[in-house]
Design a protein around this ligand. Structure first.
Ligand SMILES: NC(=O)c1ccc[n+]([C@@H]2O[C@H](COP(=O)([O-])OP(=O)(O)OC[C@H]3O[C@@H](n4cnc5c(N)ncnc54)[C@H](OP(=O)(O)O)[C@@H]3O)[C@@H](O)[C@H]2O)c1
Length: 319
């Protein structure tokens, strides 16, 4: 029996080393003096590591988070470790459209510029379908609709601050979403599952990026999406259940740590090598093919129109 345990241990160690060695690294030394960065979901995981990096590069960093107490502790830690005092916390719950609207209007009122918007906040879903107060499915609201609305509300500020960048944290799991009905984004007609809702929301992140890039052509604002890799964060624990804990355990053994998991986000936020590149999907700091469905321009347009209706985006809000 001991040799089975030993072989398993060796296998885990080999996978862990291999996975980390082939991970992409952002090699840019760029500093961000005078630049403002917003990171959604910066109170934990990949978002927290991204915030640390942006602060080290001397940016003004806004942590857009739902749990103010938790986020303030992260902000204090970043300030202490980096010596950058321009790290602030603002309340944002991406699953709640009124919270997104309040956050955006506060930013527009208080900030002169916005150079990098990182749409990172996310959840892996709940085992039962849940509706938000806006009538949207919770995972779709958190991962897609909130960021769709937020980006639209901040577009004028981003354009005014150009060159500027919007980065959407998606996932390789989008590949498992085989079809998308823009008239049934919230599982009202089709049956719900925790995996389907997460995969769908992550497909929407890429399709949103595709259409946004087209609409932003010539404005100096670029947008790209990414898969961070398998990263040991809180996301699987929060999912709960056997699947959540099993995934969390495996990720603890074999996945990237948060610093490695943030590298592609950071690369897209700062590297000169991606200047002018827009509408693309990246893995390990390299441009990569997303699924065929994620490259479908017709579906991307339909998703945009359906999302505008679902978040009740008014013309006056984006003028
Ligand atoms: N970890 C992976 O292996 C992996 C793989 C592919 C893609 N991703 C993507 O990476 C992104 C970051 O996830 P992570 O792995 O770093 O997970 P995490 O450790 O759970 O961090 C997620 C962050 O999003 C925040 N958040 C969740 N729901 C929110 C809401 N309604 N409003 C505002 N903030 C909210 C969380 O806030 P609280 O601290 O308050 O919970 C936390 O700050 C997600 O978009 C995820 O889909 C992760």
């Amino acid at each position: 029996m001991w040799w089975i345990a030993l072989s398993l241990l060796v296998l885990i160690v080999v996978i862990r080393i291999w996975y980390r060695l082939q991970s992409g690294h952002c090699t840019s030394q760029k500093t961000l003096d005078g630049k403002t960065v917003i990171i959604t979901g910066a109170s934990a995981g990949i978002g927290k590591s991204t915030a640390f990096d942006m602060a080290r590069r001397k940016a003004r960093v806004i942590l857009a988070c739902r749990n103010l107490e938790k986020a303030q502790k992260v902000a204090d830690e970043i300030i202490r470790d980096t010596g950058n005092n321009s790290v602030i916390v603002r309340k944002l719950d991406t699953s709640d459209l009124s919270s997104v609207r309040s956050f955006a209007s506060e930013i527009i009122k208080t900030e002169d510029s916005l150079h990098i918007l990182i749409n990172n906040a996310g959840m892996a879903g709940h085992h039962k379908r849940e509706s938000t107060t806006d009538g949207l499915e919770l995972t779709m609201a958190t991962n897609h609709y909130g960021h769709f609305l937020l980006t639209n509300l901040l577009l004028n500020l981003l354009k005014k601050s150009a060159p500027s960048r919007v980065i959407n944290v998606s996932s390789k799991m989008h590949e498992y979403c085989r079809k998308l009905d823009p008239e049934d984004l919230n599982f009202e007609k089709s049956s719900y599952s925790i995996f389907e809702s997460y995969n769908r929301s992550k497909l929407c992140n890429i399709l949103f990026t595709l259409e946004l890039a087209e609409r932003l052509h010539g404005t100096g604002v670029t947008t790209n999406s990414l898969h961070p890799g398998a990263v040991d964060t809180e996301i699987a624990y929060k999912m709960g259940g056997f699947a959540g804990y099993a995934q969390a355990f495996l990720f603890k053994l074999m996945a990237k740590d948060c610093e490695l998991g943030a590298q592609t986000t950071i690369h897209l936020a700062v590297s000169d090598s991606v200047e002018g590149i827009s509408g693309k999907y990246f893995v390990d700091c390299k441009e990569t093919e997303s699924s065929k469905l994620a490259q479908h321009r017709g579906i991307a347009k339909k998703l945009w129109l359906a999302s505008e209706l679902d978040v009740k985006l008014e013309n006056e809000e984006v003028k």
